[in-house]
Design a protein around this ligand. Sequence first.
Ligand SMILES: [Zn+2]
Length: 320
Amino acid sequence: MSTEGVRPTGADSDALGARLKAYEGRPAAVGGVGKDPVNAPMIRHWCEAMGDTNPAYSGPDAIAPPTMLQAWTMGGLSGHEGRTGAYDELLGLLDESGCTSVVATDCEQEYLRPLRPGDRVTFDSVIESVSGRKTTKLGTGYFVTTRTDVRADGGLVGRHRFRILKYAPARRKPPAPRPRPVVNRDNSGFWQGVAEHRLLIQRCTDCGTLRHPWLPGCNACGCLDWDTVEASGAGTVHSYVVMHHPPFPAFDPPYAVGLIELTEGVRMVSNVTGVPYDKVRIGLPVRVEFRTYEEAEGALVLPVFRVVEGEGEGEGEGEG
Ligand SMILES: [Zn+2]
């Protein structure tokens, strides 16, 4: 997508803005005719939908609710004829300049006299104003206001202004950084191993019990001395949850979080990858894989567990 046209070329230069300004006052639609005359059934439906029980809108002397002004000019699903070249040109210029998105921002109505059942509505629209270049939360672009003059039997009954912002969408914020593991004196050996693509399990040098997560002492015998064994990396999904909510900015829910039982007997929490989140099952065989995430504050290596090929009947990629 090009945003050339909305990028300032000088201090305050807005060449595109000047070209757009030239469209002010040119017709946007001419010779519009309401598809139906003002009528009691449409008024009744509108009042029911809006919950408006004002007695002025029913009975033999009924008027149409003033805020129905636009309803009498709407083209319906099939649209209206009569949109002018000028309006299409203006939108085309904006499209070419990269302002390809559009959002309706507000509408204003003026009422000069009430409409009554039987009135036949005609209307014309004019490009009333084009703003200078504006930067909004959505992106940078131009506000275009069209004014529709609504007439009945030749007399002006109301005006309807409709403002849109036609803009180049702002670049999306970069994804939030992945939370980094808390590395401390007790577990730094584990993360050192991960950085070297080795999955290390702590082992009590007294009774030989393996343990994970890493702890200062042995839960079985209390001994504080330990060494490590390198895990084969093979395991199975012992249990899992699928995260839907709350969303966390660094991740894209839903995703599966697995409790992996390594063949050595210890368990660890990690991502299950290689299958869609809804194909993760207890007992699936998995194998460790070291993934490197390039992040602003440096590369982050994490052990994840990929479903062993041919299992989980998955196509696509589970990601989390
Ligand atoms: Zn021990």
